[in-house]
Design a protein around this ligand. Structure first.
Ligand code: G1P
Length: 287
């Protein structure tokens, strides 16, 4: 079955980026001149996704406004004949069918994905986490996973080999290699201690799931802090269906912390045709 739908969880409080995220959703923090969430929506659309559900929460209205028609702005730009600016903002409201639902309580990533059950129905679907941005020169990361899903008809998520000292920031797998870059998952642990991590292969924020994951989420009890972990529901799913992890081709940026964000800004600026030469000269001067 074709993967047509995607979920973008965007209900998190963004505490790692305070004070910027006190009044502005972290997903709206710009990377160059685009809010982070626009890169995520563009990746989904470029991968053939037609319908997107963004899971929001209180204080996230700016995300809805960003993907809506801004009548006053468009009317003003039209009257002033500012066609170039119109070309930047008009496509935003037509990129895909974008819907919104609120996660009313901060009950974790698993619960946030669970909020999409009615929207998804009985189809496979993609999940894209906003803090993880990817640069993949051949194919978007989620497209690579969709292709793996189509080949194996089983849930699949992005994997990255990380340094041992970083395994405690991620979901970590144990599994066996079945093909180039492809691992059949035996077990998953969310944020293990460095000593206990079963491998250095960490889950990155791109997933394609069969709809069976919703039953697993419903069966997953919250942790001590009241959060339902997506990783725990994924672990349950391995008892019923095959699940794969795939080492994607490309570079991943963790924009959820300051240095990762800065690395993304520098790399994205150095790749952008209109500014890359001037920016390179500026960096050289600074260094
Ligand atoms: C989430 C997931 C984790 C995954 C990570 C990827 O964690 O729970 O399994 O490895 O995203 O970025 P978070 O970064 O939201 O704490």
């Amino acid at each position: 079955m074709k993967v047509r739908k995607a979920i973008i969880p965007a209900a998190g409080l963004g505490t790692r980026f305070l004070p910027a995220t006190k009044a502005v959703p972290k997903e709206m923090i710009p990377l160059l001149d685009k809010p982070a969430i626009q890169y995520i929506v563009e990746e989904a659309v470029a991968s053939g996704i037609e319908e997107i559900l963004i899971i929001t929460g209180r204080g996230k209205e700016a995300i809805e406004n960003h993907f809506d028609i801004s009548y006053e702005l468009e009317d003003t730009l039209e009257k002033k004949e500012q066609k170039e600016l119109l070309q930047i903002i008009q496509p935003l409201s037509h990129m895909a069918n974008i819907y919104f639902v609120r996660q009313r309580m901060p009950k974790g990533l698993g619960h946030a994905v669970g909020c999409a059950k009615d929207f998804v129905g009985d189809e496979p679907f993609a999940v894209l986490l906003g803090d993880d941005l990817f640069h993949c020169s051949e194919k978007p990361c989620i497209k690579q996973l969709i292709e793996q899903y189509e080949k194996h008809e089983a849930s699949v998520f992005a994997l990255l080999n990380v340094a041992r000292e970083h395994v405690d920031k991620y979901g970590v797998i144990s599994g066996h290699k079945v093909d180039e870059g492809l691992y059949n998952i035996d077990d998953l642990v969310e944020k293990p201690s460095i000593a206990e991590a079963p491998s250095n292969l960490a889950v990155m924020g791109r997933y394609v799931f069969t709809p069976k994951i919703f039953e697993m989420i419903e069966m997953t009890p919250p942790e001590k802090g009241g959060e339902i972990q997506l990783t725990d529901a994924m672990k349950k799913l391995t008892a019923f269906e095959k699940m794969y992890g795939y080492i994607f081709n490309g570079k991943r940026y963790d924009t959820g912390y300051l240095l990762g964000y800065l690395e993304a800004v520098v790399d994205f600026a150095l790749r952008r045709e209109d500014i890359k030469d001037d920016f390179f000269a500026l960096l050289k001067e600074k260094l």
